[in-house]
Ligand binder design. Structure first.
Ligand code: PLP
Length: 454
């Protein structure tokens, strides 16, 4: 098609390198999500709101590494924090507890009061994995319930019904588990329960039926970072899980620090039992944090006392009494320094990001409306998606599947050649570095492309 030809004309070096990449990595990528047809753009440099590819093209970056970079690229405060941490203390890594773990922990306790205690991991995936193990340990039940269309990382227990073909996914009020990867043990089809998002009655019915097996419900409070839960759904879900003694896990890897500093739980005013964070809180480096109620988290403590002076007398009697959690890089000091610097900037600037996101969303909607095309910029906080649909509202995965992906994809390729970057069909994430200039440029590009297309 025209737009793909244009794209290829502008990115000959990317094309060349992408074919080299195929000789090194399966599919030419090291995360399947980074692949797209005909080939992805090979980036070379990032600065502020901009990415630069190896052909010398410049893009406003709205992918922001899948939402991780909330201060944009190369923010000086992060650079300085990392340098100071490494130079002043003379190490990259201690292999012992250190002060930044406490500093970050206190920050998290302050911003996320439900996270009474925390543990650090190296990714969002590891955080949700640990959350599930904690839920098993706490409840003595060994199944997990997740929602259709929700992503929690790439391991067997949750790699079901993330992006299933709707025709194979069962009835909408009782979805069936669809494995999303080759090599996933079919065991998990029977041990992971799939729930319908934003459908409280159907969710409650499934949970009631299987309450003796289900340790926890895990969810993205904003599905895929852009489809919000309804407030009444959230309230109901909190109530029913409490009643049935099922733990509620908020996976805020995407929403943490992006809906507001306190994440989705502060917006919905809900106290989950366990929360997972990642992305933004690593300032661009690999990170995960899990936190929650003290009595749940304490299962990972090697001692049964939280008082250092009597803990030597209170070693838990055997390994089976302690939930195993370890990791060479957990609480990496350089990364926590980057994360703390990020939070500090966001404390001053997040409101501006939220306002600018609304400005861009409104601008995009009005450009579509002028041309009589029904569109919604679906999202809360600093992430949204451009959904071309006649539906009045998008409530869940299946609603989203019925939107006009063909037009959206055409639009995305045209926008790429105009210097607006997100992976085709992906969300838009905003950062502190998206200012007036970037928003105006983006809207002009939209205007130009829409004029071409309709
Ligand atoms: N949970 C959610 C909601 C996510 O969006 C992601 C990543 O996209 C993960 C978990 C996994 O995090 P990571 O990629 O850091 O392993």
């Amino acid at each position: 098609s025209n737009e793909v030809e244009e794209y290829m004309k502008k990115t000959p070096k990317s094309r060349e390198f992408a074919s080299e990449a195929h000789k090194v990595m399966p599919g030419g990528v090291t995360a399947n999500i980074k692949s797209f047809d005909p080939y992805p753009i090979i980036m070379e440099k990032g600065k502020g709101a901009y990415l630069y590819d190896i052909d010398g093209n410049k893009y406003i970056d709205y992918l922001l590494s899948y939402g991780a970079l909330m201060l944009g690229h190369g923010h000086q405060d992060i650079v300085q924090a990392i340098q100071a941490q490494m130079e002043e203390n003379g190490t990259f890594l201690f292999g012992t507890p250190h002060q930044l773990e406490i500093e970050m922990g206190k920050k998290i306790q302050q911003l996320y009061p439900s996270m009474e205690m925390v543990r650090y991991t190296n990714s969002g995936t590891e955080a949700t994995l640990l959350a599930i193990r904690m839920a098993y340990a706490h409840t003595g039940k060994y199944k997990i319930a997740k929602f259709e269309g929700h992503y929690h990382g790439g391991y067997d227990q949750v790699l079901l019904s993330v992006n299933p073909p709707v025709h194979a996914a069962g009835p909408s009020n009782e979805p069936i588990p669809v494995v999303e990867s080759k090599g996933v043990d079919p065991y998990h089809e029977e041990h992971t329960v799939i729930l319908p998002f934003n459908n409280l009655d159907a969710t409650a019915e499934i949970l009631r039926k299987r309450k003796d097996e289900i340790a926890a419900v895990i969810l993205e409070p904003i599905q895929g970072g852009f489809i919000p839960a309804e407030q009444s759904f959230m309230d109901g879900l909190r109530k029913i899980t409490k009643e049935l003694e099922i733990l509620l896990i908020f996976d805020e890897v995407k929403t943490g620090f992006r809906l507001g500093l306190g994440g989705a739980q502060s917006i919905f005013n809900i106290q989950p039992d366990i929360t997972t964070l990642g992305k933004v809180v690593g300032g661009g480096f690999p990170v995960g944090i899990i936190g929650g109620k003290k009595d749940i988290l304490m299962v990972s403590a090697p001692t049964s006392s939280s008082d250092v002076f009597d803990s030597s007398q209170s070693k838990k009697s055997s390994a089976k009494d302690v939930l195993f959690h370890s990791g060479t890089y957990n609480g990496h000091p350089t990364i926590l320094a980057a994360g703390l610097a990020t939070i500090k900037v966001l404390e001053d600037e997040i409101d501006q990001v939220l306002r600018n996101t609304e400005k861009l969303k409104t601008g995009i909607c009005s450009l579509f409306a002028k041309r009589g095309i029904a569109v919604q910029t679906v999202g809360l906080g600093s992430i949204f998606n451009v959904v071309i649909t006649e539906k009045e509202k998008i409530f869940n995965y299946r609603d989203f599947q019925h939107s006009n992906f063909a037009l959206r994809k055409k639009l995305d390729f045209h926008l790429l050649t105009e210097g607006i970057y997100t992976k085709p069909l992906n969300r838009y994430s905003m950062a502190t570095v998206h200012g007036e200039k970037e928003i105006n440029y983006t809207l002009e590009a939209y205007n130009k492309v829409l004029t071409k297309l309709v």
